[in-house]
Design a protein around this ligand. Sequence first.
Ligand SMILES: Cc1cc2nc3c(=O)[nH]c(=O)nc-3n(C[C@H](O)[C@H](O)[C@H](O)COP(=O)(O)OP(=O)(O)OC[C@H]3O[C@@H](n4cnc5c(N)ncnc54)[C@H](O)[C@@H]3O)c2cc1C
Length: 454
Amino acid sequence: MTRVVVVGGGISGLVAARAVGRRPGIEALVLEGASRTGGKLRRETVAGVAVDVGAEAMLHRRPEGGALAAELGVPLVHPTGATSRVWWGDELRPLPRSLMGVPMDLSALESSGLLTPAGLAAVRAEPRLPTTTLDADVSVAELVGGRLGPEVVDRLVEPLLGGVYAGHAAEISVRAAVPQLVAMANRGSLLEQALALPTSTTPVFAGLEGGMGRLPALIEEAGDFAVRRDAMVRGLRRSGSGYRLVVGSADRPEEIAADAVILAVPAAPAARLLGDLAPEAARRLSGIDTASVVVVTFAFRVADLAGHPSLDGGVSGFLVPPSQGRRVKAATFSFAKWAWVRAAGGGDVVHLRTSLGRHGEATALQATDEELVAWSLQDLAAATGLVAEPVDVHVQRWGGALPQYAVGHLERVAAIRADVGAIPGLAVCGASYDGVGIPACIGSALRAAADVLR
Ligand SMILES: Cc1cc2nc3c(=O)[nH]c(=O)nc-3n(C[C@H](O)[C@H](O)[C@H](O)COP(=O)(O)OP(=O)(O)OC[C@H]3O[C@@H](n4cnc5c(N)ncnc54)[C@H](O)[C@@H]3O)c2cc1C
């Protein structure tokens, strides 16, 4: 038997272990440092209902998530038709359809009231600009703002990027985060091409009834690999043609042998483990910054929502541009977005969640639970009018959870893969490489599995 050890039992590690473990003659073992697998896919019980306190949806227009669910025999569910808002000024305004801020519907943009007449004029003038020559990577703000004006960046791009990366438009690489925009920019007007994009009937997002946090257990139950929890890997070295991994405390270390190793951990632990083996990869990994976020989940009595139109089920939540100076960066009205969440509340309680924290801000993570709850309630009250005592609250801190794809990210990842790939039987995968979303993580895990199998 060939033994492949996967370090890290988040979605990436579990998918990689499943992919290698299904091959005849291969024994796959996941070493997970925490007491539970799943990483950022996690559920907690709030007012008697298990709800997601980490990732809660996956992009359905990428195939990897749906394919995995189909293999596992678990049906997907899609969000209801409730629509998103942007909290701008004192109002929740409709979030107009866009491709990372590039409008796909000009009349919706105009009627949203998000842009000033001058901001709208800048958008309409974009097709007359000369084609942008992109020789090198630039930030999303530089490309989109340079063509469509600063208001689009402030009021559309920033809240959207804040939602996905908890990052800032002036820092995030357009090539890594929104490669479609680069292809479009090379062809000419972003606006004209975005307006011409066909309206798809495929739902953009999917989830699982009961929450995305069910996925890790479903992958494990499929039984193609073994898992050891509370097994924080502290060292990795070559031994003959294979590897030795060190787990356990410093005074009681335990060595585990492997023929091949997949590192499915965030950039910082990957850098530490690769320090001696692949110093260039380790150096590049340690340069990947992260953002910390907090998710506060509330359960309210159904009766408390009465009289608040934005909480009538038609609105799925809101995003907040950082320039608005609010504490929360987004809110998801889970009861309105997911039919199963509403049903699970049994007609008595409804669940919704806020998220706080962006790259470069330590405030959210340093605040006490009481402060985080109070700030969330203040912002919810100001945005929706809801002033009520929650039935239950849960605070989930995600320190260093979201890697920031800075300008030049693709070159960085290529250099990491080149350095790691030069060592036989070693591969890396996870949110730090090809996309932070679940489908992208699955894709990177399958790639790492194929690399070590080769
Ligand atoms: C609040 C939040 C909301 C999100 N929402 C969405 C969403 O709705 N849709 C979406 O597509 N994406 C979402 N994401 C992003 C997505 O969830 C993550 O990028 C993805 O789950 C990361 O998976 P991963 O396996 O690469 O890493 P992780 O989930 O970080 O897993 C890594 C695992 O490695 C373990 N580990 C670390 N070091 C060691 C070590 N030395 N030894 C052993 N084990 C170790 C950790 O304990 C962890 O379990 C969200 C992220 C956050 C934080």
